[in-house]
Design a binder for this molecule. Structure first.
Ligand SMILES: Nc1nc2c(c(=O)[nH]1)N=C([C@H](O)[C@H](O)COP(=O)(O)OP(=O)(O)OP(=O)(O)O)CN2
Ligand SMILES: [Zn+2]
Length: 148
C-alpha cells in the first residue's frame, strides 16, 4: 500500500529511540513550603525522616530523523554517555534530598525526578530531540514527562 505520509514521501523518516537505565536512590517527601503537620498529612509514610529507597527505572526516548548515511537517529553510545552523566553520576546510590543540590528545595517526587532528568539531557544531547522521560518509581507508580 502506498505511504501517504509527507515526510516519508520526501525521503525523511522519523523514529523514536529509547534507552533504559535503572538506578537506586533514597529520598523523603518533604516540602519546605509546608508545616511539619501538613507534610505529615500530605505525604504520610513517605515523610518519615528516615527516608526510604526505590529501584527506579528510567526510559529516555529521543525523537529524530533517521540519518540516511548512518542509519541512526542518535548513536546509542552517545545517548548512553549522556544518561551516565545526567542520571547515573548524580543520582545512582544517592540520597536525592541531601546529595543532589537540585532537590534541596524541590520535593523529590517522581514527577520532579523526571523533570530533572529531562532538563539535564536537553542541555547535552548531541542530535535528535528529547521526546519523553518515563520513570518507574515502582512497578505500580509511573511518571511520563515530555517537557511541557
Ligand atoms: N504524585 C506522587 N505521589 C507520590 C509519590 C510521587 O513521587 N509522586 N511518591 C510517593 C512515595 O515516595 C512512594 O513512592 C510511595 O510508595 P508506596 O506507596 O510504597 O508504593 P506503592 O504504591 O507501589 O506501594 P503499594 O503499597 O505496593 O501499593 C508517594 N506519593
Ligand atoms: Zn518514594
Amino acid at each position: 500500500m502506498a505511504n501517504t505520509n509527507a515526510e516519508h514521501q520526501t525521503g525523511e523518516r522519523i523514529a523514536y529511540l529509547t534507552r533504559v537505565q535503572c538506578f537506586s536512590a533514597s529520598h523523603r517527601l518533604h516540602s519546605l513550603g509546608l508545616s511539619d503537620d501538613e507534610n505529615q498529612r500530605i505525604f504520610g509514610k513517605c515523610n518519615n525522616p528516615n527516608g526510604h529507597g526505590h529501584n527506579y527505572r528510567a526510559e529516555v526516548t529521543v525523537r529524530g530523523k533517521i540519518n540516511k548515511v548512518t542509519g541512526m537517529v542518535i548513536n546509542l553510545t552517545d545517548l548512553k554517555e549522556c544518561i551516565e552523566e545526567v542520571i547515573m553520576v548524580p543520582l545512582d546510590h544517592k540520597n536525592l534530598d541531601k546529595d543532589v543540590p537540585y532537590f534541596a528545595n524541590v520535593v523529590s517526587t517522581t514527577e520532579n525526578v523526571a523533570a530533572y532528568i529531562w532538563d539535564g539531557l536537553v542541555k547535552i544531547l548531541p542530535v535528535g530531540e528529547m521526546y519523553e522521560v518515563k520513570i518507574y518509581e515502582t512497578d505500580k507508580n509511573i511518571v511520563v514527562y515530555r517537557g511541557e
